[in-house]
Design a protein around this ligand. Structure first.
Ligand code: F6P
Length: 359
């Protein structure tokens, strides 16, 4: 008889690799643990809605995108709201969730998620829940880990999109602009911009100015380069301006960013000798199967989380730093984001190659 019972929860936006991590954990632990998968993030624990998992079932999904457990990034457990402010989850919600955890006889929880999810974990820990975090985010903005799963797949897709936009730009002598998600961090824009040969890379960490962009474009024109590829992170903004948003968020959800690509396109089309077109990749870079890097990251992250569970090293988030898998206390991974530093070597590489960062 299996005596120990644990739960798996994925929370926040979906991304490729969630099913891979879940399958790895179930496969690693099922000989000794009964593993419950809770539906729709922590809402599943609040409502006691779960599925008993076994590897015959999870293997089927392991390289599929999204999450078969479904997920939410708003509602009862919204821990980041508006423009990234931390929200205290109501006491009654946390208490009921903790009660359900104890009533179900759970020995521990493995929780897959990004900054918002780790904040939920942080708030729940006060109720004596044994939790291990696994870093997930296409934004790659969690501190303490070099990469989160979901990020490299997003970069692959955005890089391919740039390759495709490049041929349109070349054929029509146009400025092609690609907007990509990433929220407050510029990792997706920076990595795919460099890999996809973008001439201008805009990231939230470096404000841009119209002068800088138009001077750069004029210079390219004077050299006979009539097409230009621009990538803009959704969180990038004009110096002294506001981040473009589709919605401002509410008490229970974060704002929805987007529109900077169109803003740039509109501005450049107002200059008669430029012709610009903008494409927003939106959720395309978050959907579909994980690429090979993310599969190779997700599996050891799952193995390491399982090891921590067996060793009862709770209160930690699994990390991947300089090729090694380790862990950090959850409290060291919340309340801040890992942003691109101006001295980042990919930024410096871009500058050395003549990329304009808009500043
Ligand atoms: O955090 C992941 C992310 O994809 C961000 O890059 C983006 O701003 C946000 O989620 C979009 O959220 P939603 O799917 O709720 O529109």
């Amino acid at each position: 008889m299996k005596l120990k019972k644990i739960g798996i929860i994925n929370s926040g936006g979906d991304c490729p690799g969630l099913n891979t991590v879940i399958d790895t954990i179930v496969t690693s632990l099922e000989a000794d643990y009964k593993v419950l998968g809770f539906y729709k993030g922590f809402e599943g624990l609040l409502a006691k809605e779960y599925l008993e998992l076994n590897s015959d079932f999870t293997n089927f999904f392991r390289f599929q995108g999204g999450t078969f457990l479904k997920t939410v990034n708003k509602g009862n457990f919204a821990s980041k709201v508006g423009s990234g402010q931390i929200r205290q989850i109501p006491e009654e919600i946390l208490t009921k969730t903790a009660k359900n955890y104890h009533d179900l006889g759970l020995e521990g929880l493995i929780v897959l998620g990004g900054d918002g999810t780790m904040e939920i974990v942080y708030q729940l820990q006060r109720y004596n829940l044994n939790i291990i975090g696994v870093p997930k985010s296409m934004d790659n903005d969690l501190p303490g880990t070099d990469f989160t799963f979901g990020f490299h797949t997003a970069v692959e897709i955005a890089t391919e999109a740039l390759d495709r936009l490049e041929t349109v730009g070349q054929s029509h002598d146009r400025i092609m602009i690609l907007e990509v998600m990433g929220r407050w961090a510029g990792w997706v824009s920076l990595f795919s911009g460099l890999a996809g040969g973008a001439n201008i890379i805009l990231i939230p960490e470096i404000d841009f100015s119209w002068n800088s962009i138009t001077n750069f474009l004029e210079k390219r024109l004077s050299l006979g380069k009539k097409n230009t590829l621009i990538i803009a992170a959704e969180g990038s903004k004009l110096s002294g301006g506001e981040i473009s948003s589709k919605s401002l968020g509410s008490k229970a959800s974060e704002s929805s960013l987007g529109g900077v690509g169109d803003q740039i396109s509109q501005y450049l089309n107002g200059i008669t000798h430029f012709e610009a077109r903008s494409t927003n990749l939106g959720h395309i870079i978050r959907g579909g199967s994980p690429g090979s890097f993310d599969r190779l990251l997700s599996m050891p992250l799952g193995v390491h989380a399982s090891k921590l569970m067996r060793a009862r090293k709770f209160g930690n988030m699994v990390t991947y730093e300089q090729g090694k898998f380790s862990q950090l206390p959850i409290e060291e991974c919340v309340g801040k984001l890992k942003l691109v530093e101006k001295t980042n070597f990919h930024v410096e590489t871009g500058r050395a190659l003549g990329v304009c960062f808009g500043d």
